[in-house]
Structure formats: C-alpha cells, structure tokens
Ligand binder design. Sequence first.
Ligand code: HPA
Length: 245
Amino acid sequence: MTTLAIIGGTGLTQLSDLTLIKRDKLDTPYGAPSADFITGELKHQQVVFLARHGNPHTIAPHKINYRANIWGLKQLGVERIIAVAAVGGITSAMAPRHIAIPDQIIDYTYSRKHTFFEDENYPVTHIDFTYPYSPSLRAQLIAAAADAHISVSPTGTYGCTQGPRLESTAEIKRMEQDGCDVVGMTGMPEAALAKELGMEYAAISVVANWAAGKTEGEITMAEIEQHLHVGMANVAAILKSFIAR
Ligand code: HPA
C-alpha cells in the first residue's frame, strides 16, 4: 500500500482518531508549508495529514504555499493524496451538505505560483492534464462512500476561483455556462502540482452553500459553517471507510 496523505480544508483542520506517530516541520526549496505534517495511524494504516490553511486556520486560499505543501508531501514519500475542500454548489444536485468526487477542473485563478517547472533548473515540461484527478483513487473514494452509505456525486467539474471573496452572480452564471458544478478556491494549483510530481490526487468536495445568485439574498458565514459541520462528519466517515478497505 502506497503512502496516503489527506489535505484538510476549511472545517477539517485535524483528523480525529488519528494516533500520532510523528510530526514533521519541513522546509522546502519553495518555502514553508501551511503547517506541520502529522503522520499517524488510522485502522492500522499510516496516513499523513496536512491542514491546508494552517492550524489554526489562518492562511487564505490565495496565500497558501501550494508548492511547499505538495513538495513536503513528496519528501515524506506520499504517493496518493485525498484533498478535502469546501465548495459552493452551482448545479441542481449540488445542494448544501452534498458531497461530490469531481472528475474535471477549470482554473480561474491568477498570480499563484502554479508550477515546479518554471526556471532554468528544469527543461520545459508540459504535463498531461486530461484527467486532473486520478481515476483509480476516485473509484476507491466512490466505493468507500457507498460502503459508508453516504450518497455522493461520482463526477463533477470543479471551478477554482482566486478568492478570498466569494463570486458575483454573473461570475457563477458564467461558470455554469462553462460547465462547472461546484466552485472552490483551493483546487488549483494543488491538483496540477501533485500531477507534476507524479502523485495520485483526488478530491472530496463538500458543499457548504449555494453559490452566489442560486438563492435569494447573500451568503453568510454562519450558513457555511453550519452546513460544513454536517458535511465534514460525512467526509470523516468516507475517509474511515476508505482507509479500512
Ligand atoms: N465560492 C468559492 N469557494 C467556496 C464557496 C463559494 O461559494 N463556498 C465554499 N467555498
């Protein structure tokens, strides 16, 4: 079994039930990762956990050092990453608290350090990104959700915006026309960087709110927190069943 990592997003800054083995504070050629890497054991499987926004949650999506995070995981021998992240729901199935295992991604971010292949140390490299999420890891997550009796959408297109603000109604309309099902702020460049280093990467998207303009009125943080609380309990159940398989 290859080494597994879980990157936790908003609402998942630590993994309960993980028996601590070690804590690594790593430095990387790209600077400091978001937090210490926590290696632990869950159901006799070794798992590395990283809090994407730091622990406590202080780093905004556009400020996350994605390269340091992915580089650090690679240094620790991680070969498979499950990335958990809150999203806004755009298409009709993506109601608050629902979970999707996306199969496609569209990048709307800008000015993020988005590649390891940017200087003269590397030859010009164009990785394939036809399937941004590992089909086999996705299939295992979908099966784990079924084992845990949690209904998930087995596909979906994740649109990644720059943040930290939420979107305008017109931006969400445009994203829907582009084919996005959910919107988040952290999926890119994380997915691409993992692929650049040859790691398997899949995501669990937890819907925290209807995206802008999909309901009357404005989106409140209170609503997001309430839905995430329930959604993340389901994510924890999926992760446990994934690891037990
Ligand atoms: N937009 C972008 N990112 C998000 C949202 C949203 O509506 N909800 C949770 N993360």
